[in-house]
Write a protein that binds this ligand. Structure first.
Ligand code: HEM
Ligand code: HEM
Length: 176
């Protein structure tokens, strides 16, 4: 029985982690400086957000199709349940946030850029969808903050576990 995720899954974990860090940093910049103060950073945010979405779909497909590595030793039941819950929420949010960001941008009448390509709008903007856009952007921002909190707990738990003698959890996901 395997005790590690495949190399591709391990690469995806760390690549996505770096990208999430960038998405949250740029998102926080929009919150602090407003849309006008950040210039073309919004385009970078959109491009990497779409890229992250595609990588997340690949990641979920691999997670579902490949066998899950076994724990050695098995963690306490409650700890395993909380960790699983946090992982599941991260999967849901990191797929939901890009769709929400795309939908909100379309609803506001804006265009979504993927590098130099303009992606199709997910809905036709009207006066009514402008109000919807406001709600969606508020939810998008709140979703981002939830991701930040979950990542902080996830990282703290991973580091604490890593420092516990005999723990092999980090080995499941580490690159080397
Ligand atoms: C910043 C964004 C991060 C995200 C979105 C993220 C997300 C995830 C997810 C969804 C899993 C579950 C994999 C699965 O079973 O399907 C996972 C596993 C893991 N992550 Fe992260 N992670 C991030 C950062 C980190 C950091 C900074 C560390 C360590 C310092 C870390 C350490 C781990 C470890 C050790 C596991 C394996 C846990 C296990 O198999 O029970 N992660 N991560
Ligand atoms: C995992 C991916 C993503 C994360 C974590 C994320 C996070 C954030 C955060 C925290 C904000 C700040 C919200 C605020 O200003 O109140 C933000 C703003 C924004 N995001 Fe995202 N985002 C993601 C993906 C996307 C995608 C794919 C798009 C577009 C296709 C997008 C479009 C936008 C836009 C246009 C804003 C500016 C909203 C405004 O203040 O007017 N985001 N994002």
């Amino acid at each position: 029985m395997t005790t590690r995720y495949t190399l591709l899954q391990r690469i995806l974990h760390w690549l996505i982690a770096i990208m999430v860090f960038g998405m949250l940093t740029s998102g926080m910049a929009f919150m602090v400086f407003g849309d006008e103060g950040v210039g073309s950073l919004v385009k970078v945010h959109m491009t990497f957000g779409i890229l992250l979405f595609v990588l997340m779909l690949l990641r979920v497909a691999l997670r579902v199709l490949l066998p899950t590595p076994a724990y050695d030793p098995e963690p306490p039941k409650l700890q395993a349940l909380v960790a699983k819950g946090i992982h599941l929420l991260l999967y849901v949010l990191l797929i939901g946030l890009p769709i929400g960001g795309w939908l909100a941008t379309s609803a506001a009448g804006g265009t979504v850029q993927f590098f130099n390509m303009t992606l199709p709008a997910l809905l036709t903007a009207t006066e009514e969808t402008k109000t919807l856009a406001e709600t969606l952007f508020t939810m998008h921002g709140m979703g981002g903050i939830v991701v930040l909190l979950l990542v902080l707990v996830h990282t703290a738990a991973a580091i604490k576990d890593w420092r516990t003698p005999g723990s092999k959890t980090m080995h499941r996901i580490s690159l080397p």
